[in-house]
Design a protein around this ligand. Structure first.
Ligand code: PEP
Ligand code: MG
Length: 569
């Protein structure tokens, strides 16, 4: 009953068996063989198993995404049937190599050949060969490749890392929580766990080393504690925590019917952050007053190609209609950083969070940006749509993005398609350069939304994904508080509303400060809304405001935290 500790990122406790998603060891020995017929039979058996496996995946993909998407796995089946590849392997076996060695050498030869070609289609073939030969190798070695689509019992996933796209594929019916070796509090994987309402612990460093597949685990997503093969006492303790969590949730439930108002009668908007239309239900269930951030990139993930204009239109319309006139702030595609779209074949970068992402990619690849904007404009007549652009660093970017939006609007009007005249256009303030000139943006935007997840990362030069520097990820750092004040004041000076859609908006130490600073809209994971609404009911804005000057003069994040706790006593 070893205990581990990681960074708690999504509340709740879970007990289940560990499902370790570790990269399997596919190393092999190079052996000279005597009986090549027997070796070729072994190879053929591995190919047959691989064929069955790919057909199974193809059937599942066809069911989930439709015929044409399932057919993409046909490319993998073609690789398996490619005479050049497998005749090459057989010839090497006949010359005395064992099947693993022959497969690896032949596959590497073709992978390098295709990767070296100046043609995207051919480069993709290299990926197909890599994938297929890995599967054949696993069968030769008798090693099982992880496949969470086959999970059919309650488990806690243990992985080195989980990408956001892998996370969206987890089925909460069976996946009761997850633990990763690396990651930070505001990595998108952590944010997704909160959206899905499952406990999560990241940055547990040695979890994949210490936890074995199938071992019993208890995890507490509020404290970051993990117990491996728990004893009786720990199980009793877990049940107590679970009961307390349940009671707390029951007490909060009454706030789903109430308005978001402070003790002294000051109203704010508490909105939800979503990634897909399905997430709207949990925002409405807690009485969310809108959607403050629709991370549209999730519509582009967990699929094999770009979503069409029609598919996007349907998704945006569904969300707008479900919100029934309440505001919906849709953020245009923010891909890059920790969110990748393999089918875009984006270049590997040294510093992906500082690189080719979000609005930078959209202004460069306008063909895909314009499709999204058209879909949004068409959907605008179904509700209260607001559009915002992510990762804006300069005024020019904002102006160009707006211009493209207006061009698409004009085109639609010429085509006789209606577009709402009420759409507000804003931007995320998540880069320090934009924060510093928030006054200039406020003149040209209808609203500003503060993205603290990135603003903290860029202001403190601290990678939001890196558990080794997570101590520097400080929302209450005086520099962050001063920037937030500047942004809110700049917006208000131009009569514009200012929201916050970073995780800080749902943080119980930050909420009193943000209330006192006059933030208009707080947008967060649906699972945080009731907590914040119940906290607001205990706070008096009028009593908090006089403390702001003092809080902004403090020197460290720790001092700020202690001071706020003191004020709230
Ligand atoms: C942010 O940066 O605060 C934000 C809300 O965007 P994301 O977390 O998707 O980068
Ligand atoms: Mg961001």
């Amino acid at each position: 009953m070893l205990a581990l500790k990681g960074i708690p990122v999504s509340d709740g406790a879970a007990i289940a068996k560990a499902y370790c998603l570790v990269e399997p060891d596919l190393s092999y020995s190079k052996i000279m063989i005597q009986n090549d017929d027997a070796e070729i039979l072994r190879l053929n058996a591995a190919i047959e198993h691989t064929q069955n496996e790919i057909e199974h995946i193809q059937a599942a993909a066809t069911k989930k995404y439709g015929e044409d998407k399932g057919a993409i796995f046909g490319a993998h089946l073609l690789v398996l049937q490619d005479p050049e590849l497998f005749v090459g392997v057989a010839q090497k076996i006949q010359s005395g190599m064992n099947a693993e060695h022959a497969l690896d050498e032949t596959a590497q030869f073709f992978i390098q050949m295709f990767e070296g070609m100046d043609n995207d289609y051919m480069k993709e073939r290299a990926e197909d060969i890599r994938d297929v030969s890995k599967r054949v190798m696993a069968h030769l070695l008798g090693v099982e490749l992880p496949d969470y689509s086959r999970i059919k019992e309650a488990v806690i996933i243990v992985a080195k890392d989980l990408t956001p796209s892998m996370t969206t594929q987890l089925d909460p019916t069976f996946v009761k929580g997850f633990i990763t070796d690396i990651g930070g509090k505001t990595s998108h994987t952590a944010i997704l766990a909160r959206t899905m309402g499952i406990p999560a612990i990241v940055g547990a460093k040695s979890a994949t080393m210490d936890i074995k597949h199938g071992e019993d685990l208890i995890m507490d997503g509020a404290t970051g504690e993990i117990f491996i093969q728990p004893n009786h006492e720990q199980i009793v303790q877990y049940k107590k925590v679970e009961e307390e969590n349940k009671q707390f949730q029951q007490q909060l439930a009454k706030y789903s019917e109430l308005q978001s108002v402070s003790k002294d009668g000051y109203f704010v908007e508490l909105a939800g952050n979503i990634g897909k239309p399905e997430d709207v239900a949990s925002v409405l269930a807690v009485g969310g007053e809108g959607v403050g951030l629709f991370r549209t990139e999730f519509l582009y993930m967990d699929r094999l190609d770009l979503p069409s204009e029609e598919e996007q239109f349907t998704a945006y319309k569904e969300v707008l209609q479900a919100l029934n006139g309440k505001p919906v702030v849709v953020r245009t595609l923010d891909i890059g950083g920790d969110k990748n779209l393999p089918y875009l074949n984006l270049p590997q970068e040294m510093n992906p969070f500082l690189g080719y992402r979000a609005i930078r990619l959209c202004l460069d690849r306008q063909e895909l940006f314009r499709v999204q904007l058209r879909a949004l404009l068409r959907a605008s007549v179904y509700g209260n749509l607001k559009i915002m652009f992510p990762m804006i660093a300069t005024l020019e970017e904002f102006r160009i993005a707006k211009e493209i939006l207006f061009e698409e609007k004009e085109k639609l009007l010429v085509e006789g398609i209606s577009v709402s005249e009420e759409i507000e256009i804003g931007l995320m303030i998540e880069i320090p350069s934009a924060a510093m000139i928030a006054d200039l943006f406020a003149k040209e935007a209808d609203f500003l939304s503060i993205g603290t997840n990135d603003l903290i990362q860029y202001t403190l030069a601290v990678d939001r994904m890196n558990e080794n520097v997570s101590y520097l990820y400080q929302p209450y750092h005086p520099a962050i508080l001063r920037l937030i004040k500047m942004i809110i004041d700049a917006g208000h000076a131009q009569g514009k509303w200012v929201g916050m859609c970073g995780e800080m908006a749902g943080d119980s130490i930050a909420v009193p400060i943000l209330l006192a600073l006059g933030l208009d809209e707080f947008s967060m994971s649906a699972s945080s809304i009731l907590n914040v609404r119940s906290q607001l009911a205990t706070l008096s804005k009028e009593q908090l405001v006089p403390h702001i000057q003092n809080l902004l003069q403090l020197s460290t994040a720790q001092q700020v935290e202690l001071a706020v706790k003191d004020i709230l006593k």
